[in-house]
Design a protein around this ligand. Structure first.
Ligand SMILES: [Zn+2]
Length: 531
């Protein structure tokens, strides 16, 4: 309805002035849709303050509460007449107010009899100016609550309001203020969807069911993050698992079929990692990183079709994906800086965690430069495919195809493959070196590999027909190229070709040795059976 480009254009003109005039007047504790502030600001301020409260030597479980307010269709119930009254004396030009009035009068909806009618209330969905107008509409309430409870205990993200209250009396006072405002402004509290979360050191059964019709809860989803009384994030875990499962199911067909590892990784980065980006600051602040780190790597391995037992550290290095620890450090650092700028005070626990993770944040920033190309002598370059300084000498191909590593984990790198001691084709010792370099069954894979490499680069190991060296030296791959650019371009073709060829190597070798890939047991499972 309001997707009209002309309306969007008019709105964008009004929005500029609204931002300039209104944003500075909006209460500090309101962060909804304010330039440069996201949802993380309040999530971290709230959780950080809850931890500070728990850490206070005088803290008694059950004295403090997080009170979450829910308004029934908050945006739709905005009274237009009242909204325009509230815009008087804000410094907004009458021209812009008139534009807004016109806009709001033009928002129509159709009834079945097809007679268009004006909507008398509601800041229309999808509009550019509405979020900011809503912030202003609710600003008197937010200022009032902030005045009573203090900046550090008040959190507003548009209509999402949370308060930290000491004792029932403060909750009652808050309810009374919010109800009065609602009556005067046409809003409606949705009491059943509000929640009072007791702050505790340990989870305990709720001693009370409700206060003035508002339920006490064990968990509440605040700005998308399911929090619990003692901040163990025990409700976030299944919630996140559910989200990841949906990703896996939706993407499964694509993943299993034609796409390459790079595409799989991209899909994972875009559709699964985002959850970890969103939740990781809270996870780190609550000290739960190790619990969630396995969920993180498991999800990555599933997406890349890798066996679950492969070690996590090299996986992270080779895929170039930052660890959960690094992701948390990066986002915490950024958000804490934003909080520092807007608020005079910030939670002690947040400050501490951010400081603790500052190194991880630096590592995150450094990851982008992990692939380095160096000229070692004229015309020859080393491609360092892994982050430097960690000493992992794993091969990229093994990780990319999974099956290679399966072989490597169950059997040694140079030892016989499967139970096969002698190559059934050639009658010589069945080592990985033989299958890679000499066995005729893999001639096709070798040729395919050579043909797929860009002519701009020469891989020196392959020139000598030594695929084993190629696999083991992929961390510092020596290539010949006319210049740095060619070496960089070559990198991509090497990765693509290597992954393709590796799959062939693996399937042909297993076929020749009559090993059924499904009988290859991941090392992890073997250990579990032993226990
Ligand atoms: Zn052979």
């Amino acid at each position: 309805m309001i997707s009209s480009p002309i309306i969007k254009l008019i709105e964008s003109i009004a929005l500029k002035e609204l931002k300039e005039k209104l944003e500075p007047q909006i209460c500090t504790t309101q962060t909804g849709f304010i330039t440069g502030l996201g949802t993380q600001v309040h999530i971290l301020r709230l959780v950080g303050k809850m931890i500070d409260i728990q850490d206070d030597p005088y803290f008694k479980s059950g004295n403090w509460f997080a009170f979450f307010v829910d308004f029934k269709s908050a945006f739709d119930r905005v009274d237009h007449t009242l909204l325009f009254q509230k815009l008087l004396n804000t410094g907004i030009s009458s021209r812009t107010v008139n534009i807004l009035k016109l806009l709001y009068n033009s928002y129509h909806f159709s009834l079945p009899d097809d007679r268009p009618r004006r909507i008398k209330s509601g800041v229309t969905q999808g509009s550019l100016v509405s979020p900011l107008l809503y912030d202003w509409y609710v600003n008197d309430l937010v200022s009032n609550l902030t005045g009573q409870f203090g900046i550090e205990h008040t959190f507003a993200y548009a209509d999402d309001i949370a308060l930290l209250c000491l004792g029932y009396s403060e909750i009652r006072a808050a309810i009374s203020k919010i109800e009065t405002w609602s009556r005067d402004n046409g809003a409606l509290i949705n009491k059943k969807k509000c929640g009072i979360l007791p702050i505790r050191k340990r989870e305990m059964p709720l001693s009370r069911k409700e206060l003035e019709g508002i339920p006490f809860v064990q968990t509440y989803k605040y700005l998308g993050v399911p929090l619990d009384s003692s901040l163990t994030l025990k409700y976030l875990e299944p919630y996140l698992q559910e989200k990841l499962k949906k990703f896996t199911l939706r993407i499964k067909l694509v993943l299993r079929s034609i796409v390459g590892t790079k595409t799989k990784l991209n899909l994972w980065q875009n559709y699964a990692r985002c959850y970890f980006d969103y939740f990781s600051p809270t996870i780190a602040l609550c000290g739960q990183t190790s619990k969630f780190a396995s969920l993180f790597t498991k999800s990555l391995k599933k997406a890349l079709d890798l066996p679950l037992h492969i070690p996590n550290d090299p996986l992270i290095k080779i895929t170039g994906v930052p660890s959960l620890h690094q992701i948390a450090g990066y986002h915490l650092g950024n958000t804490t800086e934003t909080i520092r700028v807007r608020f005079a005070q910030y939670p002690t626990s947040l400050n501490k965690t951010t400081t603790d993770l500052s190194r991880a944040a630096e590592e995150y920033r450094a990851l982008k430069t992990a692939v380095s190309i160096k000229e070692v002598s004229h015309g020859s370059y080393t491609l360092d495919l892994l982050a430097e300084g960690h000493g992992y000498e794993r091969d990229l191909l093994g990780l990319s195809t999974g099956v290679f590593l399966n072989l490597r984990c169950v059997h040694t790198l140079e030892g016989p493959i499967g139970s096969m001691r002698i190559c059934p084709t050639c009658g010589v010792e069945a080592t990985q070196r033989h299958f890679l370099n000499n066995c005729p069954i893999n001639e096709e894979a070798r040729n395919l590999f050579r043909q797929s490499i860009s002519t701009a680069v020469k891989i020196l190991a392959i020139e000598n027909d030594d695929f084993t060296t190629f696999f083991t030296s992929i961390r510092n791959l020596l290539v010949g190229a006319t210049n740095q650019e060619a070496a960089e371009e070559g990198l991509d073709s090497i990765l693509k070709a290597a992954i393709k060829a590796a799959k062939m190597f693996v399937s042909k070798t297993l076929q020749a040795c009559a090993v059924n890939p499904s009988t290859l047991q991941p090392a992890e499972q073997k250990e579990r059976k032993k226990n």
